[in-house]
Design a protein around this ligand. Structure first.
Ligand code: NAP
Length: 439
């Protein structure tokens, strides 16, 4: 067994950092046996250095640059958060030949190229398993276990906050606003929930998954994104009637054109999911990722997508890998971007749609609506119509729900524009995609 300890610097002592430090300290003997050398905590970077932080005060420092530059630090574990100062700290660490482990999805979705190049130049590891879906191993299965297969699709529920809100709406019939208020009160949503509810967090994870799955550099800006703020209690009622749930999905797909050209689509939006699809029953703050590969078929990964201890589990897996590589003199897989596939625009993506609209209750309405779908070559799979009454109980029009067969986003957008201009259509209440069914 190697005598030389592996020095670790942890940047951040928040939800995740605290758990990582705890595991390094409490599991020291096991970690040493697995790595072949002891892991030694050299320092912890924080903003506030104080006695009351539950760790030896001499480990704490607010001088991040000095900490990551120390000669006795081999691995830097970045758990601070925003893109800056994390990017600067990671670049400094890589340039000084330290291996880096990070859970920072926003950073990895934006700056993978720069960081991967620096890791390559220094011939060190850059691992980020915890950046997508917390405890759930999905980066390593994609980069290693499936390295000999061809991934076709990765679809997942990768944001626990929005899944908690949507699950509550499905279970209780609550409005979006009321479900969000409950999620905030219970600590499932941040004081500013924008990154979660507008889909930015899921888009960052989709970019990371698409990059790895399709060997193409995809950034968060390449990901089409819609959040959940417009999903209504009425959408859930309609979804139930259609045998569906509504989930915020991150979808990464390799599309093949008629001429055999491959493109990548990465997108995030709320979608109706048939109840017999494995993602329909992933509820509460849980995450799940379904991977479809040519030879392996469908694989599903499910578990806790956030939280200090679950996320620390994924971080520590990376730390042990990086430490073993230090001891044994090897390196993990590098960034693979050889395929360089073009990104498909959302307008070209074929999916099924659900359109919910209020119409006048008069003869010929249904045929006028159907004619617009037909004129734009969007084929209708199912139509439901119900009468509506005003608060006094008087009839006041009708609601029509249309579910289409597969159509491109561009064709559907044109259809919806044309429907909105029809005299008989009073309001387009919502347009959602339907995923997970083939027709
Ligand atoms: P957190 O609780 O907000 O903790 C952040 C820590 O970083 C704090 O200890 C803070 O120091 C330190 N820090 C922030 N800015 C700093 C600066 N400029 N200089 C020095 N220290 C600084 O965050 P977290 O929830 O543990 O998340 C950490 C990372 O993991 C983020 O990238 C997050 O996206 C990712 N992640 C988190 C989860 C999760 O469930 N929480 C899941 C997956 C991934 P002070 O304590 O002194 O303020």
């Amino acid at each position: 067994m190697s005598e030389k300890p592996i020095g670790v610097a942890v940047l951040g002592l928040g939800n995740v950092g605290t758990e990582v430090v705890r595991i390094i300290e409490e599991s020291a003997a096991d970690l040493e046996a697995r790595i072949g050398a002891p892991l030694q905590l050299r320092g912890i970077g924080v903003r506030r250095v104080a006695k009351d932080r539950g760790v030896a005060e001499e480990l704490l420092t607010d001088d991040i640059e000095k900490l990551v530059s120390r000669d006795d630090v081999d691995i830097v574990v970045e758990l601070m958060g925003p893109v800056e100062p994390a990017r600067k700290a990671i670049m400094a660490a890589l340039e000084r030949g330290k291996s880096v482990v990070t859970a920072n999805k926003a950073l990895m979705a934006q700056s993978t190229g720069e960081l991967a190049q620096a890791a390559e130049k220094a011939r060190v590891d850059l691992y980020f398993e915890a950046a997508v879906a917390g405890a759930i191993p999905v980066i390593r299965p994609l980069t290693q276990s499936l390295a000999g297969d061809s991934v076709v699709r990765v679809a997942g529920i990768v944001n626990g906050t929005t899944n908690y809100i949507l699950s509550a709406m499905n279970d209780t019939g609550a409005s979006y606003e009321s479900a969000l208020a409950d999620a905030s009160a219970l600590g499932y949503a941040e004081a500013d929930p924008t990154a979660d509810v507008e889909g930015y967090d899921a888009a960052a994870k989709a970019a990371i998954l698409a990059s790895i799955a399709f060997h193409t550099r995809v950034t968060a800006d390449d990901v089409y994104r819609e959040g959940i703020t417009k999903v209504s209690a009425e959408d859930f009622a309609s979804a139930k009637a259609l045998g569906c749930n509504i989930k915020l999905l991150a979808i990464c797909e390799r599309l093949v054109s008629g001429k055999g050209k491959h493109r990548v689509s990465a997108r995030v939006y709320p979608a109706l999911v048939p109840l017999d699809h494995p993602l329909a029953s992933v509820n509460g703050a849980f995450n799940a990722v379904v991977v479809e590969a040519e030879a392996a078929g469908r694989l599903m990964f499910y578990g806790q997508g956030a939280g200090g201890a679950p996320t620390a589990s994924a971080v520590m897996g990376d730390v042990v890998m990086a430490a073993r590589n230090r001891v044994q003199g090897g390196r993990g897989p590098r960034e693979s971007k050889y395929a360089k596939l073009p990104i498909a625009s959302i307008g070209a993506i074929p999916t099924r749609y659900y359109v919910n609209m209020n119409v006048k209750d008069q003869p010929g309405v249904l045929s006028a609506v159907a004619a617009e779908f037909s004129r734009h070559e969007v084929s209708i799979a199912e139509v439901r119509q119900e009468g509506m009454t005003d608060p006094e109980g008087e009839p006041c029009g009708a609601r029509i729900v249309v579910v289409t067969h597969r159509a491109t986003d561009a064709a559907l957008s044109d259809t919806v524009k044309a429907l909105a201009e029809l005299d008989v259509v009073q309001d387009i209440n919502s347009v959602l995609r339907m995923e997970g069914s083939d027709s």
